[in-house]
Every structure is written in C-alpha cells, then in structure tokens.
Design a protein around this ligand. Structure first.
Ligand code: GLN
Length: 240
C-alpha cells in the first residue's frame, strides 16, 4: 500500500512547525509498512484530481496568505481541492491554511482574501492575539495543541465545529468552538505541531485515506505510543 500526501504551499505557509504534521503522518504510515510520497504543491504548480490521497495546508503570515489566495483562485487548484474533498479525500489545514479554505479572510490591511469555500466559515483579523496551549474535546477524545492567531473564525449556518474548547481560545475566543469539519476535511488553529502529540488523531487521517483509496476497511496495526502519550500528557498537565 502507498499514500501520497499533497503538501500545499509548504514553502510559503510553514510557520509554527506545522511541517511536523507531515512527519507524523509519514512515520505512522511507514511504521505500518505503508509507502509514503510527499508531493509539494505550491505557487504556479499544477494539481490533477486523483493524484493526492491526503492534503496538508499549514499556517502562514498574512503576506503569504495574499499570494496563496490569488494562486488558489487563478491556478484552479482551489476548485480541484474542493472537488477532491467532496469525494472524501482527507485534508488537515491549520490556521492561515484553514482561513483560506473558508469563504474569505479579511486581514487588517487591504481587501478580503477570497477563500475556496470548502468550510462554511469566514475569518476577520482582530486586534486580540490568541496565543497559548489549547485543549479541545472531540466526540471521542481530547486533543491538545498550541494556537497563535489574530484571525477570528465564525461558523456559518450548517458549519460543524471540530470540537469544543476546554482550555484556550479556539475559532474566535467567543463561542467556545474550535475548527471546522466537513466530510474528511479538518480545519483548526492547533499548531504545535498538532499530530505528533495526538497519535489517535494522526491515525484517524491515515485510516480515512486507506478507506477511501482502497475502498475497504484496512485495520491499522497498533504502535508503541509511549513517547507520544508522554508528550500529550505533558501538554495537558500545563493547564495544571
Ligand atoms: N492570518 C493568520 C492569523 O490569524 C496568520 C497566522 C497563522 O497562520 N498562524 O494570525
């Protein structure tokens, strides 16, 4: 078996160590004998439907977001990503990447940046900087991360949050929601990087890839998660 990770704009949207998510996905697949190819997809690159099994889109500064928003629209990559998600391809997006997959991101200076309209959300830059460790309750687990954003994201009608904020700010520091989930696509504010400390969540993405790509339930063999769980518990303990 093999999976191809489409690393979206990794050369310009790569702050706060989000590349660690690619490494976690790669390793947890390879440790199970699954081959992994990482395909960098950035400004001006072409993207064909079906060539990627999972997308990753990290956070980035506002300047980079302006360039990327333009490229997503002009290159047609935004439309293809949306179509791929509709057929169930998994995606993880963090902060600036997440913001560009909504309806729009309105930075402090300058006009609204058009989003891909994948997630039913919109984002407006605020004068609050939301920084710190964050704990979020999903339906079946607590996940931990680190957030650092000024953008406030609001769910539109029908938008489903990824989870409920237990500690931290989340989407906007107001409605206790964090992130958004649509089919197998996830947007959230959890840097850190997120996946190395949340092995179950990493495996959720790998499982979804295999379900969609091979059209059958392939059981993931268990791994020794001792180190990951220690990192997770340390992050949780930071809240005292
Ligand atoms: N626009 C983002 C913000 O809300 C940029 C920072 C990020 O991606 N972490 O701050």
């Amino acid at each position: 078996m093999k999976l191809t990770i489409g690393y979206l704009y990794g050369d310009c949207m790569n702050i706060y160590g989000d590349r660690g998510n690619i490494i976690a996905l790669q390793k947890r697949a390879q440790w199970r004998g699954i081959g992994v190819e990482v395909k960098n997809i950035s400004l001006k690159d072409k993207l064909k439907a079906g060539e990627v099994d999972l997308f990753f889109f990290g956070g980035g500064q506002d300047q980079a977001q302006a360039l990327v928003a333009k490229d997503l629209e002009e290159s047609g990559k935004g439309k293809i990503i949306k179509e791929e998600i509709e057929r169930g391809v998994p995606l993880l997006s963090i902060c600036g990447g997440y913001q560009l997959l909504g309806e729009y991101y309105k930075p402090h200076d300058g006009p609204k940046l058009p989003g891909v309209n994948l997630f039913p959300v919109y984002t407006v830059a605020s004068y609050d900087r939301m920084i710190g460790n964050i704990i979020v309750k999903l339906t079946d687990q607590l996940i931990v991360g680190f957030e650092n954003h000024s953008g406030k994201t609001y769910l539109k009608e029908g938008g489903q949050p990824l989870g409920k904020v237990i500690k931290g700010f989340g989407n906007n520091g107001e409605d206790h929601t964090e992130g958004c989930i649509y089919k197998n696509a996830v947007g959230c504010y959890m840097h850190g990087s997120l996946l190395p400390k949340n092995p179950q969540f990493t495996d959720w993405f790998i499982q979804k890839v295999l379900d969609i790509k091979y059209g059958k339930k392939i059981k993931l063999s268990p791994l020794d998660d001792d180190l990951e769980i220690k990192a997770y518990q340390t992050a949780i303990s930071r809240f005292g």
